[in-house]
Ligand binder design. Structure first.
Ligand code: IFM
Length: 487
């Protein structure tokens, strides 16, 4: 999803210096209560650990336009010649809108405790605000009811990038009013479903949709705005989150848990030296990703980036930061990789290139760096003191149906096992991690890459819409069954 140009802006700085040692092997473990350590090592994950998988609306459902809903910026973007690598779109995707029953049955077979999905805003409000589209609301009623019947806890993300085109036409996130549009939408969704749904996530990976969609032009709506305008968008998106949380809490019909999902690329200390530990920690809060964390959790823009962005930071009412920093119940992180970091000569973090031939996934911008799930939860919990959930982790591989009908994806199994082992080690060493959501339940529309990247535990034959569980599906089912003891 993010190429090197984008990744460099999201995190503290470009990769420089000598090759990294094997990630994480030389750094110390955090100290932790011995009881917790023993529990996680001997018996797998802690008792109430949540085993989940995730998807998002535009990537699997099929466009709301097929159901007389509204258009999203992705419907429009996909029509631009050359925007999507294989010329495809999410028009039909996995046709989950019509096949959700079958998909919920597969989730049940997998033994999922929780399913994270997003709501397509234009499916409910074709114009973004105002007029409601009842068939859209009814679809999520059915999905939620089916999940509950299968004893799977729904986790809803309110916004995973399919912004209503009607609002984009009114200026979109450049308008301060966009925060109220989002809050009104959040209020309506929570009023409708919170009798049955307790887990709410406001925005998915704001740093990614802002950077790729509004600066690099690689994602919808395809804008290439200069940095000062991007920072204004950031401010409005953060305000939308804050107002959204207020709306969720005001509309909720039972106690709820609310979070905000960041795409994070944690720093892994190159050695046990204090300076390297400090550099890795600092790296984990750098760049645009860090810019969008502190306001949410501490009510302040981070000093380091304030100094760097200087006069480009938009003038804002300090009261906005109070609105943005609503109390949250959890820290949600999507993590696919991390960077091995050491302290540079000036003490600043230096990300080291991974050793030559280092393991990479099929989507070549994603390296395999399992220690990201050891250090990430540690750094973010240390700073924000909230229970951590890994809301996305997984990989795309080159999967196909073998002659015997099986889909063997040993690399995905190895990837998931390595990352989950690191997560278990983090828990054993004291990190408060409460759940893990594999990305993704189904192969799906991978944005600008189209259908070329397959992230699913379930293979989709897009010509027939046939679903076939991959070998990793069986592996994850067994891991869930053993509650991580077989890791
Ligand atoms: O498919 C995406 C998802 O929509 C957001 N996080 C990263 C995934 C893999 O690129």
């Amino acid at each position: 999803m993010l190429g090197s140009a984008g990744a460099g802006l999201l995190v503290a700085g470009p990769a420089v210096g000598a090759p990294a040692p094997a990630p994480g092997t030389s750094a110390p473990a955090p100290t932790a209560p011995a009881a917790r350590r023993t529990a996680a090592r001997d018996t797998g994950m802690p008792e109430r650990f949540v085993w989940g998988a995730g998807t998002s609306s535009y990537q699997i459902e099929g466009s709301p336009l097929r159901d007389s809903g509204g258009e999203s910026v992705w419907d429009v973007f996909c029509r631009q010649p050359g925007a999507i690598l294989d010329g495809s779109s999410g028009e039909l995707a996995c046709d989950h809108h019509r096949r959700h029953r079958e998909d919920v049955a597969l989730m049940k077979r997998l033994g999922l405790g929780a399913y994270r999905f997003s709501i397509a805003w234009p499916r409910l409000f074709p114009d973004g605000t105002g007029r409601r589209h009842e068939p859209g609301f009814a679809f999520y009623d059915r999905l939620i009811d089916d999940l509950l019947e299968a004893k799977i806890t729904p986790w809803i993300t309110l916004f995973h990038w399919d912004y209503p085109q009607a609002l984009q036409a009114r200026g979109g996130w450049m308008q301060r009013e966009s925060a109220d549009w989002f809050a009104d939408y959040a209020q309506a969704v929570v009023a409708r479903y919170s009798d049955r749904v307790r887990h709410w996530l406001t925005l998915n990976e704001p740093e990614v949709f802002i950077l790729l969609g509004h600066h690099l032009g690689r994602h919808a709506p395809g804008e290439k705005r200069p940095w000062p305008e991007l920072l204004r968008i950031c401010h409005h998106v953060l305000l939308a989150h804050g107002k959204g949380v207020q709306a969720i809490r005001a509309a909720a019909r039972q106690p709820v848990e609310v979070g905000y999902v960041a795409a994070l690329h944690p720093g892994i200390p190159a050695t046990t030296a204090e300076a390297d530990l400090a550099a890795a920690r600092r790296f984990s809060f750098g760049g645009l990703a860090g810019w969008l964390l502190d306001p949410v959790y501490t009510g302040r823009y981070p000093e380091e980036q304030l100094a760097e962005y200087g006069a480009q930071v938009p003038k804002h009412d300090p009261a906005d930061l109070k609105t943005i920093a609503q109390p949250l119940d959890l820290f949600a992180m999507n993590t696919y990789q991390g960077a091995v970091v050491r302290a540079g000569p000036d003490g600043r973090p230096q990300a080291l290139p991974l050793p030559q031939g280092h393991a990479r996934t099929a989507f070549r911008i994603f390296d395999m760096v399992p220690q990201a799930l050891y250090w990430g939860p540690r750094w973010y919990h240390e700073r924000y003191k909230l229970p951590v959930y890994i809301t996305e982790n997984g990989m795309s591989s080159i999967d196909w149906v073998s002659l015997d009908g099986r889909i063997d994806d040993p690399q995905r199994i190895d990837f998931l096992r390595r990352y989950l082992q690191e997560l278990r080690r983090a828990i054993a060493d004291g990190a408060d991690v409460r759940g893990y959501f594999a990305w993704s339940l189904l192969d799906n529309f991978e944005w600008a890459e189209g259908y070329r990247e397959r992230f699913g535990l379930i293979f989709i034959d897009y010509a027939t819409q046939k679903r076939t569980p991959k070998a990793s599906f069986d592996w994850y089912r067994d891991t869930i069954r053993s509650h991580g003891a077989t890791l």
